[in-house]
Design a binder for this molecule. Structure first.
Ligand code: COA
Length: 259
């Protein structure tokens, strides 16, 4: 079904592994297409409650967009690559109502860092390295890197990473707020799965609403507070809210149905 990625559904989590280890899992046209299709599956398959994006091999998560595809295109082609990626993959990840975590297992550079940043949050193995080296190629990020990096780590740190192209290690990425947890490479997927299993015990309705609200804030939406109030109100129309509040008062565990 896919040529450049592997997918495996385990306990409601779709594990998406970018599978071009000999090319450091660089994002070429086919990878972007395959990721787009896998994300459609995440959106539409009710058996999928969450997803993990990771890279195959021990060296790279994703070492960027595939630079070999950049040599024979002009400004319109460059813009088209960035727009296609944003539409098929990056915005689709960010706006997905189901949680998507990046499990960063090595180099996360350029489009790879952007892919990790589009995910709802990130877990890194201790050997992960993050960077936006586009400036070394006479380029800038095109998959949202200038925007999402600034939101995540703040203006000063983002400027330095983007302007120097310097990589930072996993611990520095954690200190900067780029990743939430740093674990041994062998524990990476287990940690991501464990967090998602915890989220699976919640109702998917507030989970989706929380993702939308937090994205609105990160997007600088001036109506974020009003939208939160609306969504708060909408929770009261759900069976899961009635179940959650009753279960608390009855001192038992809730059984959510996603309704
Ligand atoms: N696009 C296309 N091919 C890439 C790639 C990319 N972004 N990143 C790595 N590769 C390829 C290399 O060309 C090489 O292919 P080859 O074996 O056919 O020559 C293969 O992956 C292995 O990479 P190599 O550079 O030999 O490994 P390394 O361990 O010495 O270095 C990196 C690893 C990640 C530091 C280095 O590959 C690198 O700097 N990559 C580019 C990062 C970048 O600029 N990304 C932004 C793109 S916009």
């Amino acid at each position: 079904m896919y040529n450049t990625i592997l997918t495996e559904l385990e306990n409601g989590t779709l594990i998406i592994t970018i599978n071009r280890p000999d090319k450091m899992n660089a994002l070429n046209r086919d990878v972007v297409g395959d990721l787009g299709k896998a994300l459609d599956e995440v959106y539409t398959n009710p058996e999928i409650r969450s997803a993990i994006i990771t890279g195959s091999g021990e060296k790279a998560f994703v070492a960027g967009a595939d630079i070999s595809e950049f040599t024979s295109i002009g400004p319109d082609g460059g813009e088209a690559i960035a727009k296609r990626g944003r539409e098929l993959v990056f915005d689709k990840i960010e706006n997905c109502p189901k949680p998507i975590i990046a499990a960063v297992n090595g180099f996360s550079l350029g489009g790879g860092c952007e892919l990790a940043m589009a995910c709802h949050f990130r877990i890194a193995s201790s050997n992960a390295k993050f960077g936006q080296p586009e400036v070394n190629l006479g380029l800038i990020p095109g998959y949202g890197g200038t925007q999402r990096l600034t939101r995540l780590v703040g203006k000063g740190r983002a400027m330095e990473m983007l302007l120097t192209a310097d990589m930072i290690g996993a611990d520095d990425a954690k200190a900067a707020g780029l990743v939430n947890h740093v674990v041994a490479p062998t524990d990476l997927l287990a940690k991501a799965k464990e967090i998602l299993q915890k989220i699976h015990t919640k109702s998917p309705l507030p989970v989706a609403a929380i993702i939308a609200c937090v994205n609105e804030c990160a997007d600088g939406d001036h109506h974020g507070f009003d939208k939160e109030i609306k969504r708060f109100g909408q929770c009261f129309a759900t069976e899961d809210m009635k179940e959650g509040t009753s279960a608390f008062l009855e001192k038992r565990k809730p059984v959510f149905k996603g309704k």
